[in-house]
Design a protein around this ligand. Structure first.
Ligand SMILES: Cc1cc2nc3c(=O)[nH]c(=O)nc-3n(C[C@H](O)[C@H](O)[C@H](O)COP(=O)(O)OP(=O)(O)OC[C@H]3O[C@@H](n4cnc5c(N)ncnc54)[C@H](O)[C@@H]3O)c2cc1C
Length: 412
């Protein structure tokens, strides 16, 4: 059995950011990765995907974007290359092709089993991602309908030529619906709660405003309803200089319907909630822009005049059902979100619904931490740009834990 002070599980940007922070604090550690560095960007992204965060936001501990297009948006393979370079530059101790199969608490530390041998360690950081498993609703889809999730969707050519139902209107759903429609498909988009967002506002990227005003830095312990904040859908943004909201989609011919609620007699059934969810999204966008305007006034930002956007246009008549099968909807894209997979963690830190319980990434099991989950410590925790601050704070906590544990061992 090998020994190390800290095992980091996962070599995506979260695990690499943590590794960099541990190295800066002289904590001996290893990063165990079941695939390659940045596996998710190599294996779980569609061909045309570009980051929805502008390049200047691609910041990690000790690293900032150095290319000549700070306002552009990296493609998935470019992100993978960048993370590969970051790992090399950091001399991160990554062991690739090493899957963690179980971690259990033992003698004041942890035993980590992998498919390539076991480790004993004093502390663990689970950085295996928030989007490992697609969350697909259990609906009785008739045989013959092709179903994919954004993790296995690649491009329109790989779906049957008939109509497509995209379920979910957050970042992945709107981007895939747009691509399918532009390829000439008949596209129906089932819309639930969503976060409407213009790409630019008052002449600047909306994420510039959210970053500069501190909205992305709002902390988990300042949120009145953290559970809700952690479950909010992703922003309707695309990595391109254009807005991709429901108005933009319906202009191209995407049919908007309410939530995909069930299947009856070979027909997909849609809820009548579309007007309500759209009104809510419009209202929240207005509130966000009010907050930005107020901050811009206080900060004296030199920007174009403020503006407001037309409400989401609803179809003249609500579509409450559509045929599934040849001539109708022949494939379904489940853009209904993801969940983490921590099934290998055999430590009692889960609630009744199987979600890991943590306070800003710190679990109740001493020395066990988690990274990269929604609103872990701040609003931007799942973004690449969110890892630096979270990793630094968790690494400080981890060092404190090691010191206390060492003092106890000395005293005993
Ligand atoms: C479609 C999509 C688009 C996104 N676009 C953006 C964007 O534009 N900007 C932005 O900032 N963020 C974006 N994100 C959010 C976030 O940056 C990514 O999800 C990112 O991949 C998360 O990084 P991570 O390191 O937390 O997890 P991951 O990248 O998922 O890395 C986790 C790693 O853990 C490994 N692993 C898992 N289980 C085990 C195990 N048992 N043993 C060993 N290794 C294991 C995996 O192989 C993987 O390499 C996007 C997310 C998605 C899904």
């Amino acid at each position: 059995m090998r020994h190390t002070t800290t095992v980091v599980v996962g070599a995506g940007h979260s695990g690499l950011a943590m590794s960099r922070c541990l190295a800066a604090r002289s904590v001996d550690h290893v990063v165990l990765e079941r695939g390659q560095v940045a596996s998710a960007w190599r294996t779980q992204r569609w061909d045309s995907l570009r980051l929805l965060t502008p390049n200047w936001m691609t910041r990690l501990p000790g690293f900032a974007y150095r290319g000549d297009d700070p306002d552009g948006y990296l493609g998935a393979s470019q992100v993978a290359r960048l993370l590969e370079d970051y790992a090399a530059e950091s001399a991160a101790p990554v062991l690739t092709h090493t899957a963690v199969t179980s971690i259990r608490a033992d003698a004041g530390g942890y035993v980590v089993d992998t498919d390539r041998g076991a480790w004993r360690t004093r502390s663990v950081v689970a950085a295996t991602g928030a989007t490992t498993v697609a969350a697909v609703p259990a609906l009785p889809i008739p045989p013959g309908i092709v179903t994919v999730t954004p993790a296995d969707y690649r491009n329109p050519d790989l779906l049957p030529s008939g109509g497509v139902l995209v379920v979910g209107a957050s970042a992945s759903g709107v981007q895939i619906a747009d691509e399918l429609r532009r390829s000439g498909r008949d596209v129906t988009l089932a819309v639930g709660e969503h976060v409407r967002m213009p790409r630019t506002y008052r002449g600047r990227d909306i994420l510039w405003w959210m970053d500069a005003s501190g909205l992305l830095d709002v902390r988990h312990d300042a949120m009145p309803d953290l559970v809700r904040a952690r479950n909010l859908p992703s922003m309707q943004l695309v990595g391109a200089p254009r807005t991709l909201d429901l108005n933009a989609l319906s202009e191209t011919g995407v049919r908007l319907v309410g939530r995909f609620a069930g299947v009856h007699d070979g027909q997909a059934q849609f809820a009548g909630s579309l007007p309500n969810v759209c009104r809510l999204a419009d209202l929240k966008l207005g509130r966000l822009l009010d907050t930005i305007d107020a901050w811009a006034d206080r900060a004296g930002v030199d920007a174009e005049p403020s503006q407001r956007y037309a409400p989401t246009r609803l179809p003249a008549a609500a579509t409450l059902s559509a045929p599934l099968g040849v001539g109708g909807i022949e494939s379904i894209v489940w853009a209904t979100g993801f969940r983490p997979d921590l099934s290998w963690l055999d430590v009692d830190v889960f609630d009744r619904r199987g979600r890991i319980v943590h306070d800003g990434g710190i679990t109740s099991s001493p020395g066990l931490y988690v990274m990269g989950l929604p609103f872990l410590r701040r609003r931007k925790s799942t973004l690449i740009d969110g890892a630096a601050a979270d990793a630094a704070e968790l690494a400080d906590h981890l060092v404190g834990h090691l010191d206390v544990a060492a003092a106890r061992r000395l005293a005993s």
